[in-house]
Structure formats: C-alpha cells, structure tokens
Design a protein around this ligand. Sequence first.
Ligand code: SF4
Length: 234
Amino acid sequence: MTTAPYTAQDLQQLAEQAGRDLEEASALDVLRWAADTFGPRFCVTSSMEDAVVAHLASRALPGVDVVFLDTGYHFPETIGTRDAVAAVMDVNVITLTPVQTVAEQDAQYGEKLHDRDPDLCCALRKVAPLEAGLKGYDAWATGLRRDESPTRANTPVVGWDARRQKVKIAPIARWTQGDVEAYVAEHGVLTNPLLMDGYASVGCAPCTRRVLEGEDARAGRWAGIGKTECGIHQ
Ligand code: SF4
C-alpha cells in the first residue's frame, strides 16, 4: 500500500491515467486500485440512500472512511441508516456538519432558506462542509451513476476533481438500477427504508418527494424549481 505524499500534479496524472485504464474495470477492481494507491488518504462519501459503495469499498479497504454530510434536514430514516451502517459494517463513519445549526442559519438568513434560495442553503449545508471534510484525502469515491439522470450521463469512473484538486472516483458509474438491486440482494446491503416507500433518490426532507411512474430517479429532488444538483458534483 502506498501512502506517498502526492502533489496535485501527481494526482491529476494518476486520475487521467486511471480514467483511461479503469473505464471498463469492475467496481471492486476500481476500489482496489484506490485502496492500493491512496490507502487511508482515500474515502467514500455516502448520502445513506444505500450502502452499496461503502460495502464495496470495505471489501477493498476494511475500515475505510465513509463520510456522511448531516445537513440537519435529513429524514429520520437516513440518520437511522447511517447509524446502522456504522454499527454493522467494517467502515469508519465520519459525520460532517455545517458551521451553523439550522437554528443559527434561520437566525441569520430567515427560516426555510431551502425554499427561498436552495443554492445558498446547499452551499452552506453541503458544499462547504464537504470541502472542509475532504481536505485530508487525496481521493474520494461517490455513488454517482450515469443512468440516474441526464446531468450524470457523462460521469467518469475515475476523473480529476479540479475544484478540490483530488481524484474523484465513481466506481458504479456504469451500473444500472438493476445492478444496484442485484448487489444489494446478493450481499444483504443496508438500504434506506424510504427506497421502499416511493423515494428513488433520498436527500434532505424539505427538498425531496416521491417519484412518479416514468420519472427518472432524481426527479423527486428539488422538484419544480429547476434545480437538479446540490453543487457538490458540479
Ligand atoms: Fe438545504 Fe434542501 Fe440543499 Fe438540504 S437539499 S442543503 S435542505 S437546499
């Protein structure tokens, strides 16, 4: 296992080379490469919609850091999934929180900022805490999939996160929803109970609704306001 202090230039070269070499690799092989290359300077982020990528990563790197953003607006089921993952899986769950509590944010910006300026709310409660939390890592993995929505159709399996100067890995980018369900069934992976209650994608409670027949998986996120991403992946 290598834990060399990579420079940003090293990391970009690694990302570009791996992006070419690993496009067709299995998700587990992609994560084994990440584990071998970055060791403890690699983490997984999870929205706790399911624990598929965390499970895969724990097979490649037992005890891997799994980073969860607690915005203060999550469904109880999401917090429960986080707690269950921490209790039963061979991972190290790290919960990141925004600088301000919801009450402090309300006091400064007014209540329900998510209804009036969701981009600012996401910047404060998601993007900024993640930026801070990723500082100690060279590479991070996400559960992004190309089939989730048109905005994610070109997600690279391994790419260069220029904004954060890190390697960004989407080991299941090429998976379908059916692939996810098959992996969950085969390995008994924890999933958020809301997935069984009409939610296809689970975010903060004020900004998430159930999806309708024929909608893509992320249609229930910020529905009706033209927002499709929180800003973390842009
Ligand atoms: Fe705020 Fe909604 Fe973004 Fe959560 S998803 S941080 S509640 S705007």
